[in-house]
Design a protein around this ligand. Sequence first.
Ligand code: 5GP
Length: 172
Amino acid sequence: MDDRQIDVLISEEELGKRIKEIAQEIESDFGGGDLVVVGVLKGSFIFMADLVRSIKRPLSCDFIRISSYENDVSTGMVRMEFDMTQPVKDKNVLLVEDIVDSGRTLRYLLEHMKNKGANKLKVASLLFKEMGTDSKKLVDYIGFEVPERYVIGYGLDSEGVYRSLPYVGAFK
Ligand code: 5GP
């Protein structure tokens, strides 16, 4: 892609296997009823695409766009760029995140979803970065825990690039 060297932290095979496991847990936890899967753009788009194809039950997909990082650095503020297009009142909602770090973005989104009157609300995050915060308890399904490095690939970017890598990595 360019000449920056990247360490592979989670391979394509590991991602595929873990996502199938999470999908099975989600299937048994949600049971019947409407299920709306809401992807948080842009970072979750590849995880979401693989996850929903492994959840063997009817569901609908929607998206929400949030930004809190500029040039790979957190701005400390969460801004909604666009909202989902369907009502979720009394519906079961699965929020799909790429990575939870401080949990600031997720707390904002959970509040937003509660205000919309979602019934059962659960959160799946591909990655979780442990920072000594209590944000882990907010996430129902965690794909992998990653170290304190800026990670890229499988949907996650660095200054808009590297989302298309088929694995999760970090610059050397
Ligand atoms: P939080 O609000 O939990 O601190 O950060 C969550 C958001 O920050 C994620 O949805 C993601 O957009 C971004 N983010 C946090 N850490 C990383 C990282 O290591 N790599 C990338 N690409 N984005 C990150």
